[in-house]
Write a protein of this length. Structure first.
Length: 288
């Protein structure tokens, strides 16, 4: 009896913490989303009115669209770049490999405020380093990188790439180093070239880590807040606002806590559903 109960005793603290820090907050957010509350007094129950209002809110639709763009950048640009960098760093005989590893990881440990300050100076229309360089080298006119709705999205996507690619590279590099060298030797004996070896040996060998990186990158980008808030304040207008920033504005600028909670529940539902779909598509959690 004691032996049978021991495993449950070991995992019980985890489930207690899970209930307190996951289940209860989610339940509280769902309840709050069904109310109207300004932060003081008793919340007034309004049913699904907040969700109905969200469905016709053009600002929320814009935020969803922008968050979709950020997730596509993360999954379709950042992840492949991280894999290519890891593949290059994994090359035998590469000089200064350890230095390159540190250099790529540095952006991840910098404060978001520091990163925003750096790129605000780089992207500044009048005195920015980027415009000054383009003018000096090619005679190009100054571009309003953070003031143009389309270009501002690209600027935020680039900062997202710069900040996260090194972190993801570490995962891919660890996975590449765990692919058995015998498989590469067998591919070489079969006459496989680099591209064929990459897709026939490397990609299957790093599939579990690749799946993890893709899912976590999607989740992180869907909740993106720092870059659009610190670089553009969601502007110009609402051109770069994310769902996380929409929630922040609703809660802390307009004191619409119930409305913000409803937006948070919608974001949670979308992220959870897509993550589960990616898990199934990529085979995460399946027995080999």
């Amino acid at each position: 009896m004691r032996g049978g109960a021991a495993p449950y005793a070991f995992i019980a603290p985890f489930y207690v913490l899970y209930v307190f820090f996951m289940i209860i907050p989610i339940g509280a957010a769902i309840y709050l989303s069904l109310t109207e509350w300004v932060g003081l007094g008793v919340p007034e129950f309004v049913g699904v009115r907040n969700y109905v209002n969200l469905a016709s809110d053009s600002s929320f639709a814009t935020a969803l669209f922008n968050s979709l763009i950020y997730t596509l950048v993360a999954v379709l640009v950042v992840v492949p770049c991280a894999l290519l960098i890891a593949q290059a760093l994994n090359t035998k005989g590469l000089r200064f490999r350890d230095l390159f590893r540190v250099a790529f990881f540095v952006p991840m440990v910098l404060s978001p405020i520091v990163i925003a300050l750096i790129y605000s100076l780089i992207f500044d229309r009048d005195y920015g380093l980027l415009n000054a360089s383009l003018e000096a080298l090619f005679g190009l006119p100054h571009v309003n990188w953070l003031g143009n709705p389309t270009i501002a999205k690209g600027a935020i996507g680039f900062v997202l790439l710069w900040r996260t690619v090194g972190y993801l590279t570490i995962f891919f590099l660890a996975a590449l180093q765990n692919v058995p060298s015998e498989q590469y030797e067998a591919a070489a004996l079969d006459g496989a070239g680099r591209i064929r070896t990459f897709f026939a040996v490397t990609v299957p060998g790093i599939k579990p880590i690749s799946a993890f990186v893709i899912v976590t990158s999607f989740i992180g980008a869907a909740q993106l807040f720092d870059e659009p808030y610190l670089l553009t304040k969601g502007g110009p207008g609402e051109a770069t606002i994310s769902v996380a920033m929409f929630i922040y504005r609703a809660a802390f600028e307009r004191q619409q806590f119930g409305y913000a909670a409803a937006a948070g529940v919608v974001l949670f539902a979308i992220v959870f559903a897509v993550s589960q779909g990616l898990n199934r598509l990529l085979g995460i959690g399946r027995d080999s």
